[in-house]
Design a protein around this ligand. Structure first.
Ligand SMILES: O=C(O)c1cc(=O)[nH]c(=O)n1[C@@H]1O[C@H](COP(=O)(O)O)[C@@H](O)[C@H]1O
Length: 232
């Protein structure tokens, strides 16, 4: 069975837990995601630990956001780990995004547009001209023009972003919650089935899987539901 287009966010407090989650979900999903919590605690070793022997893709979510020279150095430092995807903040601007793209030629650079934890009301407070789909589309266009081949946005904007950037760009959506699941700190959310139907290529799902009593079974159930929906 082809693994589902899901990146499980391994936001674990320790390496053993992250490696255990990775082992449980990798038969069912294409990708596991290492974020700031794990990387800042354990550094580069974490990549090999979660990759294991399975060959699952590893998405390194460091959301780099600094001047181009600094981001170039940081992207170069992690490029040798060969993550399949590395995130940068689109708000860092075109030169910063270009610097990451050039520093990590074998890794897909994903530009994070507007965090899925932000609600419409928050945008003005951080100086973004909304509504969210407009802000996301602007940041998406700027990022792709700067060489990013992947974008992170909420499922709410994925259709508008697809229309803006076309088919060649990988659209990644966090803010995914199975029907009835708690939103926690996410604001702009949809179900996995809806996100995929609206055009997402890769769904980032963390706590609904890793916080469940059986992460392997939960990942398998979401993967099966996505397969049913995409064949319906
Ligand atoms: O870049 C990301 O992956 C990301 C961008 C974004 O806008 N929102 C967002 O939630 N994420 C990440 O996606 C994951 C979502 O996890 P859950 O809310 O537990 O499903 C976390 O690891 C976040 O760091």
């Amino acid at each position: 069975m082809t693994p589902a287009p899901i990146a499980v966010a391994l936001d674990a407090p320790d390496l053993d837990t992250a490696a255990r989650w990775a082992g449980l979900v990798t038969p069912h999903v294409s990708t596991v995601k290492v974020g700031l919590e794990l990387y800042l605690r354990y550094g580069p070793d974490v990549i090999a630990s979660v990759r294991g022997a399975s060959g699952v893709k590893v998405f390194l979510d460091l959301k780099l956001h600094d001047i181009p020279n600094t981001v170039s150095g940081a992207a170069k430092a992690v490029a040798r780990l060969r993550p399949s995807i590395l995130t940068v903040h689109a708000a860092g601007g075109p030169a910063m995004i270009r610097a990451a793209v050039e520093a990590a030629p074998h890794t897909q650079i994903a530009a994070v547009t507007v965090l899925t934890s932000l609600a419409e009301d928050d945008l003005g407070r951080i100086g973004l001209i909304g509504p969210a789909p407009d802000a996301v589309r602007r940041l998406a266009a700027l990022s792709v023009a700067a060489g990013a081949t992947a974008l992170v946005c909420s499922p709410h904007e994925v259709g508008a972003v697809r229309a803006e950037v076309g088919d060649g760009i990988t659209l990644i959506t966090p803010g995914v919650r199975p029907a009835g699941a708690a939103l926690q700190d996410q604001a702009r959310v949809a179900t996995p089935e809806q996100a995929l139907a609206d055009g997402a290529d890769l769904l980032v799902i963390g706590r609904p899987i890793t916080g469940s009593p059986d992460p392997g079974a939960t990942a398998a159930a979401i993967a099966a539901s996505l397969r049913r929906t995409s064949h319906a």
